[in-house]
Design a protein around this ligand. Structure first.
Ligand code: HEC
Ligand code: HEC
Length: 307
């Protein structure tokens, strides 16, 4: 047998050996994973074809003399024959492309194992366990759960006592502070507080229904204090004529029209957690990683605080 073929067999055997050791056939055939096995089979076939095609041409180079029609161009007097691409190379080239596409589209990582998929599966499993244990809790237990979520996730900004740490975040012991209300009237509000795109117009579209006049600076101050004081004091009339058509006479809001500005509700807090919020104080980040029950619970906790 030709010495070259012997080398070819040795190289192929060595590569198969390395593959065997590194991918762990010993653990029951690539961990019993069909996609892995096909990918490795493809790689093995390519290795074998490559080694023997290389051998064929190396042998040919040893014996062949150049022949064929010369191309017109020459580079520093080195000419080039107009010979077709060797058949073996063409097969290799196409084979590599087909295998590469298969691997990318149907092989790893798209259709089989992925870390993201494993993470999602684990989270879904954990959520199922969590729901089985906690989905039905209500009342004091829900508020307690809310408190622990608050202490873990919210106190860094809102403070241990939920007072907003000297204005760094919203004081959650009251539904709204006057500056937040003024800001909403001056700039409008588009924070998905209803969970939808329904926004509040700014002061240029806030009319007093009795007089037909636009809301004035003075009225903004008065009505903001009225809302901040828990819907009491001066400003009742302004509120009823300018705000109540959307927020209701008692400020408790109307489904699909405007949120409650008199009290917190678990739904409102959930909407803030889903979308985040921008306002007079700054930016409240969204908390998508909390599950629905945790959002409801922390909402119940905050609703309880501001009662
Ligand atoms: C045309 C209906 C409409 C009118 C009139 C209206 N609002 Fe609103 N308001 C809304 C809607 C809708 C939202 C929720 C917007 C959002 O998702 O950010 C809102 C939000 C708010 C907020 C933000 C609450 C928060 O948690 O930050 C405040 C404060 C507020 N309104 C106060 C008022 C006051 C005071 C008036 C009267 C001067 C008024 N609104 C008039 C529809 C209205
Ligand atoms: C990175 C700081 C930060 C964290 C963490 C944070 N918040 Fe906030 N939150 C803010 C700021 C700032 C505001 C005020 C936004 C504004 O200007 O209206 C706010 C406002 C709020 C409001 C008021 C919405 C309204 O209608 O005015 C609620 C409710 C709230 N946060 C709940 C939470 C809960 C629940 C958590 C924990 C899961 C939390 N926040 C975590 C910064 C934070």
């Amino acid at each position: 047998m030709n010495k070259l073929y012997l080398w070819g067999i040795i190289i192929t055997a060595a590569m198969l050996g390395f593959t065997y050791v590194s991918v762990g056939m010993s653990k029951g055939g690539l961990n019993g994973d069909i996609v892995n096995m096909l990918a490795v089979a493809g790689a093995v076939a390519l290795v074998i074809i490559t080694v023997f095609v290389v051998i064929k041409y190396v042998r040919q180079m040893q014996t062949d003399t150049a022949q064929g029609e010369l191309a017109e161009e020459s580079w520093d007097n080195i000419g080039e024959y107009k010979n077709p691409v060797p058949f073996g190379w063409a097969v290799m080239f196409l084979g590599t492309m087909v295998w590469g596409m298969w691997y990318f589209i149907a092989g790893y990582p798209v259709n089989a194992y992925s870390q993201i998929g494993e993470y999602n599966e684990d989270v879904a499993k954990h959520d199922a366990k969590f729901n089985a244990e906690y989905a039905s809790i209500t009342g004091d237990r829900l508020v307690e759960m809310g408190e622990s979520v608050f202490l873990a996730e919210c106190k860094v900004c809102h403070g241990l006592a939920a007072d907003g740490i000297d204005g760094k975040a919203a004081n959650l012991n009251v539904r709204l502070e006057a500056k937040t209300i003024k800001y909403a009237i001056n700039h409008g509000s588009n924070n998905h507080l209803l969970g939808s795109e329904m926004a509040m117009p700014d002061r240029n579209a806030l009319f007093n229904a009795a007089t037909g006049a636009l809301i004035s600076d003075e009225e903004i101050d008065t009505v903001s204090d009225y809302v901040a004081n828990g819907m009491s004091g001066a400003g009742k009339e302004i509120f009823e004529n300018t705000c109540a058509s959307c927020h209701g006479m008692d400020g408790k809001g109307m489904d699909y029209v405007a949120p409650s500005i008199a009290t917190f509700t678990p739904t409102l807090v959930t909407n803030v957690l889903n979308h985040g919020k921008k306002g007079a104080i700054g930016t409240m980040p969204a908390f998508k990683r909390l599950n629905a029950k945790q959002k409801e619970a922390v909402g119940a906790y905050i609703t309880n605080l501001s009662k």
